[in-house]
Design a protein around this ligand. Structure first.
Ligand code: PMP
Length: 361
């Protein structure tokens, strides 16, 4: 049988592993930070009607500029943005890939603060960009001083800040974003995939865009919007950044079906986001209960919680899986990560994890 090693694959991809969160059919799937609530049925019907109308025109290419969708995203984000500030693609992974294609590449570097979203390294590798993983402070926090020191040391071309950070959940202060953006004339991406789950009143890096043409704020419909299967991510930045991304996207990269579905979801954003408060409540419940059980939950501004104090993460992962509960072993010693699900799913997780509580040892 032919193996990868037999193929003339690029040297810089040899030996790498693809993104590989397990996809298993289980009753309680709390492993990839989805919104586990289905989208409201009334909204689904409107989306179906819009997609049906789009199907009748599939003989034509879609609007390459997805102008209506960019307009709708600008309206959703507010902050004085208009469609010239907006870009979108098939998931924020593709949005980030476009940024790396345009501003990274051979001879250039991207820098992030580990542990962080695993795709940053993979997207960097795929675009020939050298990925630098700088360390965080204690408890996975990131102070302006630590961030700026890493930028001074490594002089990257792109900085990827995850706010809040996946897989740790750690919120990121605007002071740190501001310090990074003002430290060097580099492209700074603030990945706000989970921003809607932050505590109410938490300011977005969107408030820093004015006067900072190298700052990029990316978002996704995959999490709070409960729209992961539709694959829609977007960003806000200076119109010149958006122009740069036009150079690397494939023509018509957002299908007419995707555009219609996303427009439908955005037209009902209040209903789509209706479960966010409930999910935040379940997150707080997970933090409080894990703490009571003697685990070490980290501060989270997202829809998931990383917790330490697990003796044998892999064994606990497997034991929960045997009970139909899928969480995430992200390879951090003593730690596991769980997504805040519905109340019932969260209860199932908390009841199962109690058997492994440090306090009960
Ligand atoms: N950024 C972060 C921090 C994420 O956790 C994820 C999804 N796990 C993404 C981006 C990408 O999500 P999507 O491509 O579905 O928008």
């Amino acid at each position: 049988m032919t193996s990868l090693d037999d193929l003339p694959i690029r040297d810089d991809l040899r030996g790498r592993s693809p993104y590989g969160a397990p996809q298993k059919s289980v009753p309680v799937a709390l492993n990839v930070n989805e919104n586990t609530h289905p989208i409201p049925e009334a909204v689904a019907h409107d989306i179906v009607a819009r997609v049906a109308a789009a199907i009748l025109q599939l003989n034509r290419y879609p609007d390459r500029e997805f102008t209506d969708l960019r307009h709708a995203f600008a309206g959703y984000l507010g902050h004085g943005l208009d469609e010239s500030n907006i870009w979108a693609a098939n998931g924020s992974n593709e949005v980030l890939q476009h940024v790396l294609q345009a501003f990274g590449g051979p001879g250039r570097t991207s820098l992030g603060f580990a542990p962080t979203y695993s795709m940053y390294g993979l997207l960097s590798a795929g675009t020939g960009t050298e990925w630098i993983a700088a360390p965080r402070d204690g408890e996975f926090e990131l102070t302006p001083e630590t961030a700026v020191a890493a930028i001074r040391e490594h002089d990257p071309d792109i900085v990827l800040l995850c706010a809040p950070n996946n897989p740790t959940g750690t919120p990121l202060s605007l002071e740190t974003v501001e310090a990074v953006a003002d430290a060097a004339p580099v492209i700074v991406v603030v990945d706000e995939a989970y921003h809607e789950f932050a505590d109410p009143g938490t300011p977005s890096a969107l408030t820093l865009l004015e006067g900072r043409p190298r700052l990029v704020v990316s978002r996704t419909m995959s999490k709070a919007f409960a729209f992961a299967g539709a694959r829609v991510g977007y960003l806000a930045a200076d119109p010149a950044v958006v122009d740069a991304l036009r150079l690397v996207r494939l023509p018509y990269h957002l299908s007419a079906l995707t555009q219609a579905a996303a427009l439908g979801a955005l037209a009902h954003s209040d209903q789509m986001l209706a479960m966010v408060d409930e999910i935040r409540g379940q997150r707080e419940r997970i933090v409080a209960e894990l703490d009571r059980l003697g685990f070490h939950p980290y501060r989270s501004g997202a829809n998931f919680v990383l917790f330490g104090g697990v003796d044998d993460p892999h064994a606990v992962f497997e034991a929960l899986l045997d009970r139909g509960i899928l969480i995430r072993d992200i390879g951090l010693p003593g730690c596991l990560r769980v997504t805040a699900g519905t109340e019932t799913e969260t209860t199932a997780f908390l009841e199962a994890i109690a058997a492994f509580a440090p306090a009960s040892a």
